[in-house]
Design a protein around this ligand. Sequence first.
Ligand SMILES: CC(C)NC(=O)[C@H]1CCC[C@H]1Nc1nc(Nc2ccc(C(=O)N(C)C3CCN(C)CC3)cc2)ncc1C(F)(F)F
Length: 281
Amino acid sequence: KHEAYNNESYNWSKDDFELGTALGKGKFGRVYIAREKKTQYLVAMKILFKSELTKGRVEKQLLRELEIQSRLKHPNILRLFTWFHDDRKIYIALELASEGELYRHLKNSPHGRFDEHRSAKYIYQVADALHYCHQNDVIHRDLKPENILLTSDDNVKLADFGWSAHTISNKRKTMCGTLDYLPPEMIEGKSYDGSIDMWCLGVLTYEFLVGCPPFESENSEKTYEKIRRIDVRYPKFMSQSARDLISRLLKRQGARISMPEVMRHQWIKENMKKPQRDPFR
Ligand SMILES: CC(C)NC(=O)[C@H]1CCC[C@H]1Nc1nc(Nc2ccc(C(=O)N(C)C3CCN(C)CC3)cc2)ncc1C(F)(F)F
């Protein structure tokens, strides 16, 4: 790394980067591959139009996302390196995950689902990342395959902290996406805490192993009903230990197991060769 970048006060600008091909569209802008000129380092450059943000009244949410994600440094959380703006646009330099969106890999897998080894490895990494978030007073709140990216060495990266929150806030989450991941306490409009991420981890584990979320129904009323009743059906191909872990996460608020307990669970042990301990942590 050039000494110029080591000091925090370096003022990045778009002239430091060469823009490459588009990777796709995010919620409020496009994402491109970009290369930092001096180091040739590749990043994902998210470019948002200020006019779009003011229209969507999401400036506050974006600033919170930038503040939160730039502070989080964890092997399974997508790094936010820096951000800057010109008169019309905001540029966010993020870590490039070369294998892209996890849900695409899930859909393209045989039977549209991951095997138990692959699922356990990813769930261990997501649990480790969420545990780190909670230790830093951040709840993610929007865990789903669409918000997880994959690296070239087959590790997952939690991304998109647009819905994450610092403190416990019980403002209702506007239904921007799927209802499938909503926990009972949110449906009942109660206040919620970090354990919302435990519920979502249970839904995510089920979706990795089965290929669809546990409460999916043909209409939202039926989905709400199944969530409220925690009506989960396990397919016969799912191992007993996987069912055990999911059932300990899909419980009412207060009864869910913790992230460390997830990481130590029998299903993880019997399906991961060795939970790769980061030798430097
Ligand atoms: C979490 C959030 C909700 N999601 C997003 O932000 C999305 C919105 C647009 C892209 C992605 N954002 C990112 N994507 C990558 N890498 C990446 C993505 C897609 C492909 C891929 O499969 N193709 C290009 C394929 C190539 C083949 N063709 C056929 C289809 C697209 C390959 C690598 N790294 C960092 C980011 C980040 F997050 F930093 F911006």
